[in-house]
Design a protein around this ligand. Structure first.
Ligand SMILES: [Zn+2]
Length: 89
């Protein structure tokens, strides 16, 4: 079980959330090559360890969260409002 600390609803089981995916830096569409754009859209790092992800609380507040989670232990370091910009990896 993964327990996600929603900033608005409190700790909730991950079954209440939709997993959107890893967050990566979006390349500038004016200067990126088609290969770089394809990698941004379809390739994932699939990190074994700490990663930053986007989740959607579909059975709660219906808001998007930015979550720092360890993919090995499922320990969550932070969960914040996705509307707030953070430094992306
Ligand atoms: Zn919530």
């Amino acid at each position: 079980m993964i327990l996600l600390p929603c900033p608005w609803c409190g700790p909730r089981d991950s079954d209440e959330f939709g997993y959107i995916g890893e967050i990566g830096a979006r390349p500038d569409p004016r200067t990126t090559t088609p290969e770089e754009w394809r990698d941004y859209l379809y390739m994932r790092r699939n990190v074994a360890g700490w990663t930053t992800e986007r989740w959607y609380h579909r059975m709660g507040c219906r808001r998007y969260l930015t979550v720092e989670r360890n993919t090995i232990s499922n320990q969550v370091r932070s969960a914040t409002d996705a509307a707030v910009q953070v430094d992306e990896p």
